[in-house]
Write a protein that binds this ligand. Structure first.
Ligand code: AMP
Ligand code: MG
Length: 481
């Protein structure tokens, strides 16, 4: 495992040099062989356990905790930072360079009141969710390994401890910029922006306004990301600026969840009491976060502050328009129609309204709708208790489909590769965690297999595609830190 560390070229205040703290009795729960192979990581089993429990630092690694600040639920917190994570280093393959980070690896100077550890539950959640997102084709950090520490952590009750090794193209966040901007350390903001450009958007170096282009590039990546979240019914749950990446990848799987029944106001997170990060708010929150980034970069966008404001505002306005259109395009594609056509857009909106009124399951509804083109699908019709409006809609939809497609079988086949059968639902993850707390990891290993092929319906995985019954429904999710 060849680790380098580009962050240590940055000034001291950007990070703390800190080793992971050893744990008592580590055991490996899962190691992601496919990801390891793609990163050309070739380790013996004992090495995997030593390195990814933090009990030994691999050769060449200079572990650091990164410094950052951030807006949490709209309020600025001037000091956050990696309080329970350390970056072992970066590893490169032909598609780029990736941070390898341990999460739950002990205290750092940024731990504040925290123990620097993680309970096993959130480690399992993040492993499954981040891998599921990857296989759904959504930009995300990935999970390389999960280890049980053999120690307990004090949360509301004592829970077994865990460490997740995650891989992301970087851990730079809007909050990293805010740390320096809020202290008016403009030289550091500039260094950070140049570092981010070098790392993620090297093509910007050719442009004549690097910092405006950086803002535009992050906006574009985040627009793609958030639209994809919306298309699969993913609720991040804590879109604070410290969890909002410069690379445009999903990170920090805390209280996130996939929708069961469709509702734009759906909130799972126990700490989101005002619904700031509700499902349907995600595009506008992304814009809010980008405005925070714009605030950090504004002085570098143009010397004339009016001009700089105008340019940054244009980026934010375009973000909202583009993201709206991207969501429409993706959602229309899910039902086999062209999203650039206004009457199709209204067809989509009406369908979503019918789903809302019927509390239809998001994943099952989109997956089974195309079947209606070939047969009377019970699975689909079960998602609606009031079928009158639905039938009227279906007639119009079929007419639109027939006007745009002459090979319905091919269309249905294509839609099956767009609408997943399997998303990791909360009640299933909870079940996996409950079993893991009884020392049985078989369910977790099975679920990790299921989410590897989210579009292929498999007889033996029947239970994973079912919506939760009322008593199985998870109403609240927790950060679990
Ligand atoms: P999160 O809500 O997970 O994004 O974390 C927000 C901040 O709290 C980050 O600075 C974390 O490093 C810190 N934090 C969360 N849990 C712990 C913990 N158990 N010990 C120390 N710091 C933590
Ligand atoms: Mg975070």
């Amino acid at each position: 495992m060849k680790l380098s560390n580009s962050y240590i070229g940055l000034p001291e205040e950007f990070y703390q040099l800190v080793d992971p703290s050893p744990v008592k009795d580590p055991s490996l729960i899962i190691y992601n062989q496919d990801l390891a192979a793609s990163l050309k990581i070739n380790l013996e089993k004992e090495e995997v356990l030593k390195y990814f429990s933090g009990n030994e630092v691999p050769n060449g690694s200079v572990p650091i905790a990164l410094n950052y600040a951030g807006h949490q639920f709209g309020n600025f917190v001037h000091q956050l930072g990696d309080g329970r994570a350390v970056l072992l280093g970066e590893i490169s393959n032909k598609s780029g360079s990736y941070d390898v980070q341990l999460k739950g690896s002990g205290q750092t100077m940024f731990s504040r009141q925290g123990d620097g550890r993680s309970a096993l539950g959130p480690v399992i959640r993040e492993y499954i969710l981040s891998e599921a997102m990857h296989h759904l084709g959504i930009p995300t950090s990935r999970a390389l390994a999960a280890v049980a520490t053999g120690e307990h952590v004090a949360r509301e009750v004592f829970e077994p401890g865990g460490i997740l090794t995650r891989v992301a193209s970087s851990h730079l966040r809007v909050g990293t910029f805010e740390y320096f901007a809020s202290r008016q350390q403009w030289q550091d903001v500039k260094l950070l922006a140049d570092f981010a450009i070098q790392k993620h958007y090297p093509e910007i170096r050719e442009s004549n306004n690097h910092y405006l282009e950086l803002l535009k590039s992050v906006a574009k990546k985040q627009s793609i990301l958030v639209s994809k979240w919306m298309s699969v019914g993913f609720i991040h749950g804590v879109m604070n600026t410290d969890n909002f990446t410069i690379s445009g990848e999903t990170i920090d799987y805390g209280p996130c969840a996939f929708l069961d029944e469709y509702h734009p106001g759906k909130v799972f997170s126990s700490i989101d009491q005002n619904g700031r990060y509700a499902f349907g708010n995600q595009p506008s929150i992304a814009s809010w976060n980008l405005a925070s980034l714009a605030g950090c970069l504004i002085a570098f966008i143009d010397k004339d502050s009016d001009k700089a404001n105008e340019l940054a505002t244009e980026v934010l306005d375009n973000f909202s328009v583009d993201t709206n259109q991207r969501i429409l395009d993706l959602m229309c594609t899910k039902i086999g129609i062209d999203g650039s056509n206004k009457s199709n857009q209204s067809l989509l909106r009406r369908f979503l309204k019918i789903m809302l009124d019927n509390e239809s399951d998001y994943t099952i509804t989109f997956r089974t709708l195309p079947k209606v083109l070939l047969e009377d699908s019970n699975e689909f019709f079960e998602q609606f208790h009031n079928k009158k409006e639905l039938h009227l809609w279906l007639e119009e939809w079929k007419a639109a489909i027939n006007a745009e497609n002459n090979d319905i079988n091919t269309l249905v086949g294509n839609l099956d590769q767009i609408n997943p059968v399997y998303v990791p639902r909360n009640h299933q993850i909870q079940d996996v965690i409950d079993q893991a707390y009884n020392n049985d990891f078989s369910k977790m290993l099975e679920m990790v297999e299921v989410i590897k092929n989210p579009f292929n319906d498999k007889e033996e995985y029947f239970s994973y595609k079912e919506a939760p019954s009322d008593d199985q429904k998870v109403q609240r999710t927790f950060c679990g830190t």
